[in-house]
Design a protein around this ligand. Structure first.
Ligand SMILES: *Cc1c(COP(=O)(O)O)cnc(C)c1O
Length: 421
């Protein structure tokens, strides 16, 4: 018996599926709100604290609206993410524009919205100056290079990552930006993804706070915010221990008191740009077993596939799966749970133990609320699913309809071939 349970029951799903056939993504409004409040509280020691939700994790205006009501802004990295943010009324400095390899026109849109702009590269200074002029407040993304280690070992390899300025470029960049009229500065850095440890943010904070002190000495720049970005993870495996957000907030506070306050930087605002931590656990992909297959292995074929959730195929990522209605049955059957793509990596589980699964059973794939629906695609002519919201009052709301063939064919002119209604 496992202790990781979905937020919907078999009975609920049977009822929902009468209106919205599987597969669908469903999100838990109450849990999203409670989590956002816990995060805010954990950083409430910092006067300017703000979470900028990484839109790419769950780009749905209804989700953005909920987070807006909880005091969050948005982190956008493309034109359409800026447009979605604007559509729900998140504008001005409630937007952080953290893009990289930025196409022409997007800095202009971000500047028009009054967003904080986070430059990914030294050469983007000339690029933005030419395109729309350097804004008064500007942020630069830092890449320390090398290997990033915290107390419990190597976390990642920023030296291989495409993002950010080198340390010297940060100082040179600030000076150049000041010469072009910038007055207030931010620092941003995203070094490790999906960390399941309370040590990452405090360690990153220490790195960035020391950098801020150095940059202030080197350049005299007025540093007003430090953006710790994303990277706080979630326990995808039932055996993993969830992060303790209060401990993380407290760890960052300690580094702040130790490093920034004595350096006269006690007014710096702390920003976060979390995606996964805000949404992943509060979304489930609900799918139905439609086939069983007995060859060299035992397979369960479901009606969702990798286009609905790419992470297992792309990263070999683990997503826990519950067979609804069989939560308390012994896991004594070994299956591969697969989708219908003509790709052998289209597997939600490989050699995993489950209760006996019958055709018609509903499966809840856990932790799909972030980087789930949003990574979807249309390979094999597969269509994107609906997104549903389990509202605070227990009702279910359609927050994005499922695609139809008409959507799939919408981008070319096929008149003369056949008609769709
Ligand atoms: C993806 C991304 C995030 C969010 O990352 P999570 O791992 O979902 O928290 C934040 N900032 C930037 C710049 C990103 O690219």
């Amino acid at each position: 018996m496992n202790t990781k349970l979905p937020f919907v029951t078999k009975e609920q799903v049977e009822e929902i599926a009468k209106t919205y056939p599987t597969p669908f993504h469903i999100y838990d409004e109450t849990a999203i709100r409670e989590n956002a409040r816990r995060l805010k509280k954990a950083f409430s020691w910092n006067k300017g604290y703000k979470e900028y939700f990484a839109v790419k994790a769950t780009p749905n205006p209804y989700i953005l609206q909920i987070l807006k009501e909880e005091g969050c802004g948005t982190d956008c990295s493309s034109l359409t993410e800026l447009m979605m943010s604007e559509a729900v009324g998140i504008c001005g400095t409630d937007i952080m524009f953290s893009s990289n390899d930025t196409p022409a026109g997007e800095f202009t849109k971000a500047k028009e919205l009054g967003a904080y702009i986070n430059l990914d590269d030294y050469t983007h200074i000339d690029f933005i100056e030419k395109e729309c002029g350097v804004p008064k407040t500007i942020c630069c993304r830092y890449n320390p290079g090398g290997i990033y280690e915290v107390s419990n070992g190597i976390m990642d390899n920023p030296g291989d990552a495409k993002y950010g300025f080198t340390k010297q470029q940060m100082a040179d960049g600030y000076k150049k930006l000041m010469a072009l009229g910038a007055r207030n500065f931010g620092i941003h850095s995203f070094l490790v993804s999906n960390t399941v440890t309370n040590d990452y943010y405090p360690a990153l904070a220490k790195t960035l706070f020391e950098l801020a002190v150095w940059l202030k000495q080197e350049t005299g720049a007025n540093i007003t915010f430090i953006n710790l970005s994303g990277g706080i993870g979630v326990p995808y495996h039932p055996e993993q221990q969830a992060n303790d957000i209060e401990a993380i907030g407290e760890g960052v506070r300690r580094a702040y008191e130790e490093i920034l306050v004595p350096a006269g930087l006690g007014n710096v605002a702390i920003f976060t740009e979390l995606g996964r931590y805000m949404l992943a656990p509060y979304g489930n992909l609900i799918t139905k077993a439609i086939h069983e297959k007995h060859i060299y292995k035992e397979y369960i074929g479901v009606d969702a596939c990798a286009v609905n959730l790419m992470r297992p195929a792309m990263y070999g990522a683990y997503h826990h799966i519950t067979v609804l209605g069989k939560e308390n049955c012994p896991c004594d059957h070994k299956y591969d749970v697969v989708g219908s793509l003509c790709e052998n990596n289209d597997k939600f589980a490989v050699d995993r133990m489950f209760p006996e699964i019958a055709v018609g059973d509903y499966l809840a794939i856990h932790d799909t609320g972030a980087h789930g629906f949003s990574m979807g695609y249309n390979y094999n002519g597969k269509l994107r699913s609906a997104e549903l919201l389990l509202c605070g009052d227990g009702s279910v709301r359609l927050i994005r309809r499922a695609e139809t063939p008409k959507d799939y064919f919408a981008t070319f002119d096929f008149s003369g071939f056949f008609e769709l209604d």
